[in-house]
Design a protein around this ligand. Sequence first.
Ligand SMILES: [Zn+2]
Length: 222
Amino acid sequence: MKIEKLIIAVILLILLWTPLNSEQATGITHRRVRVVIDPGQGGRDPGAIGIGGVREADINLAIGRLIFLKALTDPLIEIILTRSDDRFIEPIQRALFANSVKADLFVSIHGNGFRDPRAHGIETLIHTAAGQESYLLAEVIQRHLIDNLGARDRGVKRQFLFIRRAQMPAVLVEVGFVTNPREGRLLQTFAYQSQIATAILAGIREFVTTHSHLFERATATR
Ligand SMILES: [Zn+2]
């Protein structure tokens, strides 16, 4: 553990010492793909209430923060969070925020709740009329989650969603049921939250790598 802390300290120091525009300084013109991560619910909207009274909003935030931290030194992608604390934001505003920062991808993080405690598993949602790019992003994130967490695969589904307002490929990940005794407890552990964050990031990285043409076009028009 001591060595891990030392490594984290060194990484933070390097980050602090690296000028923000170092890419320009070295003449490299590529940019990182900008991903808005949206921890769902928050503030006066706790979302689903689960096992032990846990609030979905807190689990969403914990996973969102972990995605942000894990991608800090990523050469491919840059993460922007819609919220990094416990606050209420209207759903539509989250999508409009992604538009305003010219995000390339939008990923909203949620937990599921259901009156039947037996319901469990992970699903990734896209808007009813979403295009092929959103579908492919959902599919790759869902695959990474299922392969790495051993959770039940509820698949990729289409629903009428606020993310329709995002002008870029947009998905909503339901990372599990807070109301299921087993999954609801797992979702409250750092280890499981961290695995989810890693899997979502791996899915985003794979999408960015295999669809790099999408982001070259974005570079030209920005
Ligand atoms: Zn939610």
